[in-house]
Design a protein around this ligand. Sequence first.
Ligand code: ADP
Length: 548
Amino acid sequence: MVMIRQHYILHTNLKAILLNAKLDVIASAEVKFDTDLPEFRTTGGANPGLNKFEFFVQPVMWIKAMDIILDRLVISEADLSTVAAISGSAQQHGSLYWSKHGITALENLDPTKFLHTQIDDSAFVVNRTPIWMDASTVKQCIEMETAIGGHTEMLKISGSKCYPRFTGPQIRKIYQQRTHAYEDAQRISLVSSFLATLFLGKVASIDYSDASGMNLLDIREKTWSKACLNACAPDLEQRLGTPVSSTAVLGNVADYFVQRFCFPATCKIVACTGDNPSALAGMLVDKNWLSLSLGTSDTLMMSLEEPPNLEEGHVLCHPTEQDTFMGLLCFRNGSLVRESINKSEVGGNWQMFNELLESTPRGNFGNLAVHFNEMEIIPKAKGTLRWNKDMQPNSPDAAKGIIKFRSPQIEIRALIEGQMLHHRAIAEDMGFHFITETKILATGGASVNKSILQVISDVFNAPVYIQMGSEAALMGAAYRAAYGYFIHENQAQHPDAPRISYRDYILSLTPNHLQLVCEPNKDSEQIYGPLLQRYRDMAITLEANQAT
Ligand code: ADP
């Protein structure tokens, strides 16, 4: 199986891996956009636009990357003739606009030529195509929300209120500012469905999970919402096509790939999806797991039975579990705040930071801090608040708190406990149930830090695991290819057989690459249960400070 993806956070590269039947990685290749394709002049895989907050990519760059990566796989002696199925993961939200000529070119590929010489600029009606970083559609967000009756309605239907980088507002901007181009666009793809489109040789369906990042899908019904479509642009449904399950087989690989790279003609293309859902698929976790990414920003991911009633955050259709949702929350004040306190207290030395963190007791003698250096997403608050154990939430000093704790170790523990209590509170608000079976999966840069992971384990009163080996989104795409293929074949042979779940199927082939790193101390809940309320009081105080 092969899967191809663009890099998770900055989307700086295209990667491909080939797995054997036991799901071991047996070949891989990579193309770095900035350096392998310098003619497109990207930085971090993106081009800044002429106006503020605009970012784009020339679609042909991604197509050229595809030509190169397949050649690199062949050069690495990967045997593509045994590939059973292909799937992929790509940045969420970005969109591509196919011209009539483009669709014809796609359906008539000549195997003696490169893809990029056949699917060139003329294949798209927009050649500076908006990507996930583009935040230039505030106006369109307001218009779309107003048209359907407000942001609560949008949230209820599509799982998120309107966000400028989401695809619906981006499509509306193209419709308003480049009406002729919109009218000429025969089909619109997300970056993920575009990837599937190339392999399929015809425009591929958008999958439910990635469709959930558009402000256009009714996430409960798994159909396009008429109200959202009408609020976005005319005759949109026919341009989007019918959405499908994220593990659906879309068809066989195009003859181009059979002739040129020796893929078998029966090789199946499984729907591609967005990077976050694909990462959740790659983690192989069930509903008792809370995934906490500690990268540049801290992110929470979880499975949910019901979409919550939260103003912020995103709810997506789950990529691998039917009738389940995926909750996604991103926080602004994560690693960057930890870095700045590390710098101010111990000169930027993580080892010293950890020694001091470990030298203070759980609960920090009642000292707790909330650091929102940037305006936080939930709660909507900015500023720093430090309380000691004597501070009363209703006292006149509560809003100001205390200026500084008396030692760096108190400062450091107050920061980390405050951050993790914030994360736990928001996960609860989103509808995650903390039970005895709850487990935490920590990923991202700071997950190498065992001292921080121990605080997480204690605050959440749950064991903390890390994932060994390859990136989750990459593996998630390959695993979905395997599962989609299996279900497709199995259903054809045994139509009445009960459907095995994604996780059970993958774990029957490969072990879970999760490693236990920390367990909570026995007194954790006793200490952090009451502190959770303390954090909530501090957050309410900080939020109230904004209003004054
Ligand atoms: P990205 O989100 O860009 O992929 P990473 O997942 O690589 O980023 O995470 C980068 C962050 O990891 C940095 O902000 C850095 O502060 C943090 N980090 C790296 N090493 C440590 C460490 N030992 N302890 C705590 N944080 C760390």
